[in-house]
Design a protein around this ligand. Structure first.
Ligand code: CP
Length: 351
């Protein structure tokens, strides 16, 4: 496995093998060790779970760790545009930064969120794809503008851990939040549930659709795995019979980059906050969220502190899923020591 950009680029069988290994590791199996090999972690955005779980996974696998932060006091500002005249804030081009880091580490993990300023730019996922293009080593996506595949891998493991059947009803619901947020998590959640073969329901108010390419891709994955995808704003019908409710807020594509318009658009939607009353309409569903979560904004205390929530197990599974993933990537590297470019994601999103 030559890195990981998004889950949909892998077959369901490959993902199932990773999830099975994650659950073995969770049960105490010993991971392989790759002493003398090195893992790079480069964060352009904040993190609690991803940072801690990748650091711990590196330790379990015997890897040296090179961890760097973007932003003030961290690495130089990195330019991604080809042909840029670099007389602005960015001091270094990804054409140098990526291969230089690739000389120091064997696998490079990058976090670079959507800027939510330009939809055209965010849909190109420029930092992740820049590093994939030029690093010369496998790149793992720790959440990019478009995808959060390590979260989705852990989510799949959590569904298996709780015995939620493959064909069960899975509701991904939009929730209100004071700020417009990226779509990487809902894109990956939808992809994961479709790939797992679930009866997937995307519950969102009008104006909060995910990108048509993501929807089309999820439909095709669902068709291949025997699942389905329905999109609705009818809460009662969505929740009826559900075995899993996954909440997340995301920005509207209609007003992307226009904070005032987005704020106005979501102002009447504050009741999109998951409560016990929502959960009681389900079939004893588990409640999932990638965290961090704003209590009593996205979801009420009564849900997070009640019998439905599995969010802490979900977070723990980041460690096991990423240990399984890195073990697979480093094992594959033993057969093919260097990669040249991973410039072509299997799902190109066009603006
Ligand atoms: N879910 C997740 O990626 O958490 P962090 O942003 O804290 O890493």
């Amino acid at each position: 496995m030559n890195g990981l950009y998004h889950l949909g680029e892998r077959s369901a069988r490959e993902v199932e093998a990773l999830v099975a290994r994650a659950l073995e590791l969770r049960s105490g199996a010993a991971p392989r060790r790759f002493d003398g090999k090195a893992l790079g972690l480069l964060f352009f955005n904040p993190s609690l779970r991803t940072q801690a779980s990748f650091q711990r996974a590196a330790g379990k696998l015997g890897l040296d760790l090179v961890q760097l932060q973007g932003g003030a006091g961290g690495v130089w500002g990195i330019e991604c545009e080809d042909g840029a005249v670099m007389d602005g804030a960015n001091a270094e081009h990804v054409r140098e930064a990526a291969p230089v880091l690739g000389r120091f580490v064997d696998v490079l993990c990058i976090r670079a969120f959507a800027g939510i300023k330009s939809l055209e730019s965010d849909l190109r996922d420029p930092l992740l794809n820049g590093f994939r293009r030029f690093a010369g080593v496998p790149v793992v996506n720790m959440e990019s503008a478009l995808w959060h595949p390590c979260q989705a891998l852990a989510d799949w493991a959590t569904l298996d851990q709780y015995g939620i059947p493959q064909r069960a009803k899975f509701v991904l619901t939009w929730a209100w939040h004071p700020k417009p947020l990226p779509q990487a998590v809902p894109n990956s959640t939808l992809t994961m549930a479709a790939q797992r073969g679930m009866e997937v329901v995307l519950l969102r108010p009008r104006g909060y659709d995910l990108h048509p390419t993501v929807i089309e891709n999820a439909r095709s994955l669902a068709a291949r795995s025997g699942g389905s995808l329905t999109i609705t704003d009818d809460r009662a019908s969505a929740l009826a019979g559900a075995s899993a409710v996954y909440a997340k807020s995301w920005a509207s594509l209609d007003t992307w980059g226009d904070l005032e318009a987005e704020t106005q658009q979501r102002a009447p939607l504050r009741d999109w906050c998951v409560s016990a009353e929502w959960m009681r309409q389900t079939s004893h569903a588990r409640f999932l969220h990638c965290l961090p979560v704003r209590r009593n904004v996205v979801v009420r205390d009564e849900v997070l502190d009640g019998p439905w929530s599995v969010v802490v197990d979900q977070a723990e599974n980041r460690l096991h899923a990423q240990t399984a993933l890195l073990e697979t990537v480093f094992t594959a590297l033993e057969r093919t020591p260097r990669v040249r470019s991973q410039a072509r994601p299997s799902l190109e999103i066009q603006p």
